[in-house]
Design a protein around this ligand. Structure first.
Ligand SMILES: *[C@@H]1O[C@H](CO)[C@@H](O)[C@H](O)[C@H]1NC(C)=O
Ligand SMILES: *[C@@H]1O[C@H](CO)[C@@H](O)[C@H](O)[C@H]1NC(C)=O
Ligand SMILES: *[C@@H]1O[C@H](CO)[C@@H](O)[C@H](O)[C@H]1NC(C)=O
Ligand SMILES: *[C@@H]1O[C@H](CO)[C@@H](O)[C@H](O)[C@H]1NC(C)=O
Ligand SMILES: *[C@@H]1O[C@H](CO)[C@@H](O)[C@H](O)[C@H]1NC(C)=O
Ligand SMILES: *[C@@H]1O[C@H](CO)[C@@H](O)[C@H](O)[C@H]1NC(C)=O
Ligand SMILES: *[C@@H]1O[C@H](CO)[C@@H](O)[C@H](O)[C@H]1NC(C)=O
Length: 461
């Protein structure tokens, strides 16, 4: 009896003052990290459970730790492998700290992880292939570290991965075709690395759920992989700043979900496929390539097009006459091409146009009066074209004849460059209404009259 009582007493004493096993492991985590901001000051070893500690979430019924979120906590030191001793842990977020070790194969002992975010740290070394043994992992974010070496081919074995970002590291070699085996994948982000080849194999055709692919700012050569046209659910493709050559693939007509396509700053040749222009694109960036031919009319039908940047190519012909009529066009830059003809009259039909950059083309005719009513305009650059006629009265926001002191209404306009055209007529008074104007260039035209006094009162002219 005495013996029984003392055991009872001891066990009461023990439970009253002891941290559970999860808490003890977390204390080991704390010991391994340098914490100058005292982010872990609430991690008190006298508590029974760690469930109320900063960054810790427990399961409501079992009181076991299931999530550790120590993002942006100014923690420094090696990756805390002790986290993997927490048997029910499903989520680790250490984003935006100074974790400065390499990541070892021990990460595979974090068996129940569904989400691992180690982005924006100082991690180095190779990416452990054993990560793919985390069979429940849905999100893997290793972006913005200094991981080097190759992307493990073993990553093709992920069972449930939906989101992977390896962007902004020092990864080299090829983007392994095995990644195309991850049929659950929705976001594949490997931009900002020195990766140098893509694979073009059958297996990639399993990526039917992929909605977002980012291969930008690598060193990719060769042509745009034709398997892109098999990504039935893709919404965004980013290939900018590589060394891709050859033509844009035909077969874009299957990509009915595509909304944003950016292959700017490559060495692409050939024309803009009609099939690409027929999609309901929101944004099409193909600037700084060697594209020829015309801009297909179909692009004007896209109901959501807000961005169209095609500058520095060898495109010719006229802009689609309906451009802007159906789309909330915001940024249009087709400068440094061989476009000719008139400026379409409906560019600002939806009242969203901010940038109109048409410099170094062969546009001619008059500047449409409708642009004078476009209150959203911020930058207008039309130099080096063949515009004729007078600058439309509405463009200055003025009625028939200049009325001294009247306000010019385009108060958001920050840049108006009309240099090197054949414009005639006079300048209005009242330019002081352009509160944001910081560049006005009218040189090399046939303008007459005096420069209005107000030019001197522009805030940043
Ligand atoms: C757990 O409890 C918290 C606080 O009482 C509550 O906000 C949360 O919804 C609960 N979660 C679950 C999964 O029951
Ligand atoms: C990163 O963490 C620092 C320190 O907590 C914070 O000031 C900063 O806003 C964070 N940055 C991001 C992008 O979350
Ligand atoms: C990592 O950071 C800790 C804490 O600031 C420091 O003591 C250690 O030297 C760093 N290790 C490396 C490899 O930079
Ligand atoms: C990461 O790589 C960059 C570029 O090579 C280098 O300047 C930087 O010092 C590296 N940082 C760490 C923590 O290794
Ligand atoms: C492809 O995925 C399956 C099922 O997830 C897996 O068994 C197989 O090993 C993977 N193949 C490669 C090459 O990664
Ligand atoms: C487009 O889809 C159809 C039907 O799924 C398929 O037969 C065809 O090969 C696809 N075209 C391209 C270029 O992928
Ligand atoms: C300029 O704006 C004023 C006040 O907002 C308005 O009354 C006037 O009609 C506008 N003028 C023109 C030419 O749009």
């Amino acid at each position: 009896m005495f013996f029984y009582r003392s055991v009872l007493f001891l066990s009461l004493l023990f439970t009253a003052h002891s941290l559970n096993q999860d808490g003890l492991f977390l204390q080991r985590v704390k010991l391994g990290l340098s914490d100058p901001a005292h982010s872990l000051s609430s991690w008190n070893e006298r508590d029974d459970t760690p469930c109320n500690w900063y960054g810790i979430t427990c399961d409501n019924s079992t009181h076991r730790v299931n999530s550790v979120d120590l993002s942006s906590s100014e923690l420094m030191g090696p990756f805390p492998n002790f986290l993997c001793r927490l048997p029910f842990l499903t989520s680790i977020n250490l984003m935006n700290n100074s974790i400065n070790s390499s990541l070892t194969d021990d990460i595979a002992t974090c068996k129940n992880l569904e989400s691992l975010d180690l982005s924006a740290n100082l991690l180095v070394g190779s990416i452990p292939a054993s990560l793919s043994e985390l069979s429940n992992l849905k999100l893997l974010n290793l972006a913005s570290n200094n991981f080097s070496g190759a992307i493990p081919a073993k990553f093709g074995q992920f069972q449930k991965l939906e989101w992977i970002s390896l962007a902004g590291n020092l990864l080299t070699g090829s983007i392994p075709s095995e990644l195309g085996n991850i049929s659950t994948l929705q976001h594949l982000l490997v931009g900002y690395n020195p990766l140098c080849t893509t694979s073009d194999t059958e297996s990639v055709r399993k990526l039917t759920r992929l909605s977002n692919l980012d291969f930008s700012l690598n060193r990719l050569t060769g042509s745009i992989p034709s398997w892109l046209t098999g990504l039935k659910n893709i919404e965004q493709i980013e290939l900018y700043e590589n060394s891709l050559s050859g033509e844009l693939p035909l077969g874009f007509s299957n990509l009915t979900m595509l909304r944003r396509f950016d292959a700017s700053t490559n060495q692409l040749t050939g024309t803009i496929p009609i099939q690409l222009a027929q999609l309901e694109l929101e944004s099409l960036n193909l600037f700084e390539n060697r594209l020829v031919g015309t801009l297909p009319e179909g692009i004007a039908k896209s109901p959501n097009l807000y961005e169209l940047k095609l500058f520095n190519n060898e495109l010719t012909g006229e802009l689609p006459s309906q451009l802007g009529l159906n789309s909330p066009l915001k940024w249009l830059d087709v400068s440094y091409n061989g476009f000719s003809g008139n400026i379409p009259g409906n560019l600002c039909a939806k009242g969203e146009l901010e940038d109109l950059i048409l410099i170094y083309n062969s546009f001619s005719g008059q500047i449409p009066e409708s642009l004078g009513k476009c209150d959203s305009l911020g930058r207008v650059r039309l130099r080096n074209n063949r515009f004729t006629g007078i600058v439309p009265e509405q463009f200055w926001g003025l009625p028939q004849v200049p009325i001294p002191g009247s306000l010019v209404n385009l108060s958001t306009l920050s840049m108006l460059v009309l240099e090197d055209n054949e414009l005639s007529g006079g300048l209005p008074d009242g330019i002081q209404g352009w509160k944001s104007l910081n560049e006005l260039n009218l040189a090399n035209n046939k303008l007459s009259g005096q420069i209005p006094d107000e030019i001197g009162s522009l805030q940043s002219a």
